[in-house]
Write a protein that binds this ligand. Structure first.
Ligand SMILES: Nc1ncnc2c1ncn2[C@@H]1O[C@H](COP(=O)(O)OP(=O)(O)OP(=O)(O)O)[C@@H](O)[C@H]1O
Length: 235
């Protein structure tokens, strides 16, 4: 479980993220919802420790999250890739980093290879895996960015607008993968999105952010879609 307690992050433009209490539980898919500038990316970066908070705590399974960052897979809003490498080399490099750290005790390189092949197939990437990333389209970069976040077998996936740029086949496959991912090993997913159809399809929970504050948290409800809730809270 990821837990944020009394988190405050102030920006120069007077924006303030203020999260007194947020718990991300296992086997659930959370959507972070809010209009532009509501604080979704800031929340994600604070959760990951990429940005410094002014105060508060972020814990993962009761421990300091920074010490357990290997348990997390992160897909940033803009892919952070080594453009001169091929897709395969990028994935090999990520595996090497995690292998070198030797912290991912639960997975072996063999498992990673099997899964990497599965991801390449899921994203119909077989023909492009040996092309340099600098020659990829925007959607192809997004796919390799997502694969880079998956291959070390994280327990938690944190994704910033992951579906942007993906083609319909990849969106369908990715949604299925996300549902499968959270059904095992006490895994969980948090992702930000403006696509309420995707959110309605796969999410168990939604976090509604407005001007840096969580104004509501709702579970899936068969009588009310997350779109209905979004309209109620944020329009
Ligand atoms: N690197 C930065 N430096 C200064 N201010 C920033 C930075 N990144 C975001 N902000 C500000 O922080 C606030 C929250 O931005 P954030 O990117 O978290 O919103 P968001 O909900 O993810 O928006 P969007 O839907 O447009 O991606 C905004 O006022 C934004 O201008």
């Amino acid at each position: 479980m990821v837990e944020l307690k009394n988190v405050i992050k102030r920006r120069k433009n007077n924006f303030e993220l203020n999260i007194p209490d947020l718990k991300i539980k296992s086997n659930r898919i959370y959507a972070l919802l809010g209009k532009n500038g509501a604080g979704k990316s800031t929340t994600i970066k604070i959760m990951l420790g990429i940005e410094k908070k002014d105060s508060g705590e972020v814990k993962l399974d009761g421990e300091n999250l920074i010490d357990n960052r290997w348990k997390i897979g992160y897909v940033p809003d803009e892919p952070m890739l080594i453009e001169k490498l091929t897709g395969r080399e990028q994935l090999e490099y990520i595996k090497y980093i995690y292998g070198m750290e030797g912290k991912n005790k639960e997975s072996s390189v063999k498992d990673l290879d099997k899964e990497t092949t599965e991801y390449i197939s899921m994203f119909e990437f077989k023909d492009k895996i040996d092309t340099r990333i600098e020659e990829y389209s925007k959607g192809m970069k997004q796919k390799i960015s997502i694969m880079s976040a998956m291959i070390h077998n994280p327990n938690i996936m944190i994704l910033d607008e992951p579906f942007t740029g993906l083609d319909p086949v990849s969106i369908i496959n990715m949604k299925e993968w996300m549902k499968k991912f959270v059904s095992k090993n006490n895994n969980s997913i948090v992702f930000s999105s403006h696509d309420l159809d995707v959110v309605n399809d796969i999410c168990t929970d939604a976090i509604f952010l407005k001007e840096g504050k969580i104004i509501a948290m709702e579970e899936y409800d068969s009588d009310r879609t997350f779109t209905d809730m979004f309209k109620e809270y944020l329009i």
